[in-house]
Design a protein around this ligand. Structure first.
Ligand code: G1P
Length: 297
């Protein structure tokens, strides 16, 4: 396994207002995507990609994320008393997947600021940043992060996962202009955070996973607050693209954006339809529902 990138930062400090009221007291990263909380998918994928240490950036309202990964004596004792040994093994596995640390962002002044908090944790190492509301589903046998690590090993500079999106959706994402070097690899010329549809320079968007060299911290220091008055990681990436070198990797797979309600619902329906145990029943039920709805409309 590739061991050049062993640390990952998971920014999960946002208020999650796009998903209110579901996320008033539950972190949006803790909402279920299928049978697991979103963040557990991300941590498992990271571990499969060779990540050994994770720093999760949270805020005071999001300590349910800590609870998911730390031992709970009461719960473990009760599971033991009730002889629920499979469930006990499952919660213990969560505690031992990799080393997880937490840091609190306060005040909440942007994704760039959240990532800047990882400086001590990452030291001089290049590291991955995995957004807490995006799950990347690989269409190959390896995780998308593993493929990004290959690109990093080849070029030794920051690498950002991107995907082509519907041009009408560009205002939601970081958007790239670049020169294609290989089938899926671009050298980035410019990054723009959430451009207006009419001003977007392309429809190739940040897909929620990044590998950064420590260069990103200096770029963040030189970056001023951007859109929404927040320190934007995309603006710091733009500086690196202009003054140094930044690459992007066109993912071979799909991104599930679980941070807005419509795509959250779509992703969960799709997940359910693929479920080995319930997928087929769910499909029959859905067909029946749709037919009934057609009859009534
Ligand atoms: C963030 C980034 C944006 C990226 C997006 C991916 O935006 O700022 O560049 O494309 O995540 O989901 P947010 O979704 O936090 O508004």
């Amino acid at each position: 396994m590739n061991k050049s990138i062993t640390k990952a930062v998971l920014p999960a400090a946002g208020l999650g207002t796009r998903m209110f009221p579901a996320t008033v007291s539950v972190a949006k990263e803790m909402l279920p995507y299928g049978s697991k909380p979103i963040i557990e998918h991300i941590v498992r994928d990271a571990v499969e990609s060779g990540i050994e240490q994770i720093l999760i950036v949270i805020n005071k309202c999001k300590e349910d994320i800590i609870s998911h990964f730390k031992p709970n004596e009461f719960q473990e004792n009760e599971l033991l008393k009730k002889n629920k040994l499979n469930e006990l093994a499952l919660v213990r596995e969560l505690q031992n997947m990799c080393q997880i640390e937490f840091v609190y962002q306060d005040p909440l002044v942007g994704l760039g600021d959240a990532i800047a908090m990882a400086r001590n944790f990452t030291g001089n190492d290049a590291f991955a940043v995995l957004l807490g509301d995006n799950v990347l589903i690989s269409h190959t046998e390896r995780t998308i992060l593993s493929s990004m690590i290959d690109v990093f090993n080849q070029y030794q500079k920051s690498v950002v996962a991107v995907q082509s999106i519907d041009p009408q959706e560009v205002y939601r994402y970081g958007i790239m202009v670049g020169t294609q070097l290989e089938k899926r690899i671009y050298q980035v010329v410019e990054w723009v955070e959430k451009p207006e549809i009419s001003k977007a320079p392309s429809n190739i968007a940040v897909a929620g996973q990044y590998i950064f060299t420590p260069e990103i911290y200096d770029a963040l220091e030189k970056t001023e607050a951007g859109i929404n008055g927040e320190l934007q990681i995309t603006d710091a990436m733009d500086l690196i693209a202009r003054e140094s070198t930044c690459y992007s990797y066109l993912i071979e797979g799909e991104r599930k954006d679980l941070g807005n309600y419509k795509s959250y619902l779509q992703a969960n329906i799709e997940y359910g339809l693929k479920d080995p145990k319930h997928g087929s029943d769910l499909k029959d039920w859905l067909w029946k529902k749709l037919k009934e709805d057609n009859l009534h409309s």
